[in-house]
Design a binder for this molecule. Sequence first.
Ligand code: G3P
Ligand code: CA
Length: 244
Amino acid sequence: MAKILNFAHRGASAVCPENTMAAFRRSLALGATGIETDVQMTRDGQLVLIHDEELSRTTNGKGYVKDKTLEELRTLDAGAWFGDGSFKGEKIPRLEELLELLQDRDTILNIELKNGVFLYPGMEEKVIAAVRNYGLSSRVVISSFNHYSLARFKELAPDMETGILYMEGLYRPWEYAASVGARALHAYHWAVLPEWVRDAAQNGVVYHPFTVNDPKRMEFLIDAGVAGIITDVPDVLARLLERK
Ligand code: G3P
Ligand code: CA
């Protein structure tokens, strides 16, 4: 069986505060072979890793990422909210910190451009420059729900892979992916049927469904032939893949 990628969603987000360096490091220790993360942009044009546009769910700050400078964001705590408080002191990471962590590994990095709510002009160029700077062009998959941005990304960086994020209802999604220049379908996992996985593969397009935490569902998708799975529990998926 082909090697299936095990993407840790926002890092090991079941056991660590999401999108922190602690979560990324832990995911590698738990057997992840890929990491998924979310990138937003600060007022002064820096790329930071945080899922929400607004700060209050995962930090002790308030307001939008886009209205803060990097320096302001770095004063915030992104770990205290999680679990027993033992991650207090974790910061919102810059994209570069994660690129540095992965520089000498063979881990695949899935960077989700969170440019759907706010459009973050210039985000594509900045991500491309950062990835190139760390020599990781061949080890990234760039995904987004903003497919205009993905098409633009592919035009600017044809050497980097992209993945179409979607929830449901795309007709012949492998054809649509090709029209956007993408090789991967990052589909909500309930929008995946085995015959579609087969048809996509025959057209050179692979599935990386999200976010799959139930081992039975993982097994179903593996048997369907997906190329990777995005999960909050990479240890569960790693154990399952070992038995395959
Ligand atoms: O990339 C898959 C998944 O992360 C997309 O949804 O909201 O968790 O970023 P969300
Ligand atoms: Ca995401």
